[in-house]
Ligand binder design. Sequence first.
Ligand code: HEM
Length: 179
Amino acid sequence: MLHHPEVQVKIFSEIAEVVGLEKAVTMHDKPKLKYTHAAIMETQRISISPLGVPHMSNADTIISGYTIPAGTTILSSNEFLYRSEENWKNAKHFRPERFLDAQGNLSVPEHFKPFGLGPRACPGESIAKMELFLYLASMIQRFELHPAEPGQLPSLEPQIGMIYFPQPFQLRFVERQRV
Ligand code: HEM
């Protein structure tokens, strides 16, 4: 949000128009806050860890002509799924609009599965999505987010572990003036 103030402005405009500035944002508002939802998905796409959680094949399996023996460790390439040009046009660019169609409705590619899929998919998906939406929308409804010092943007180089996480950074919350 600090690197893309224009996205912050669009999220705020959508919230101001759909919810207003007096009432708190709730989950009932989510279906109508399409740009906000798209911005969250774009943030997940661009910041997802390069590899999925390791799994193991429990039986000999053939996929697309490749034999995968039982007991093979399998890692999905999130880098390919979420940041390759094959799957995303101008993949390096942060552009929430890629999750919206020409009518402004959400359009989520089938291969966008940041919470995994199948029997071991993330059981926290619903609560995580709720938190991402309510925190972001509530904060942007009430505050402008600015760098701690003008022009001092946080690094986009991640700290790398099992997941990508940001390096420590500071920011300023400036309360919006209600008119
Ligand atoms: C933005 C937040 C989150 C993301 C992107 C996320 C993503 C993931 C992914 C990709 C997996 C692996 C799925 C697979 O192996 O195919 C996973 C597993 C898991 N997640 Fe999450 N998660 C999030 C939040 C949470 C929360 C809030 C909880 C708990 C309340 C949670 C609990 C778990 C557990 C227990 C597993 C292991 C499931 C298993 O192996 O059967 N996650 N998560």
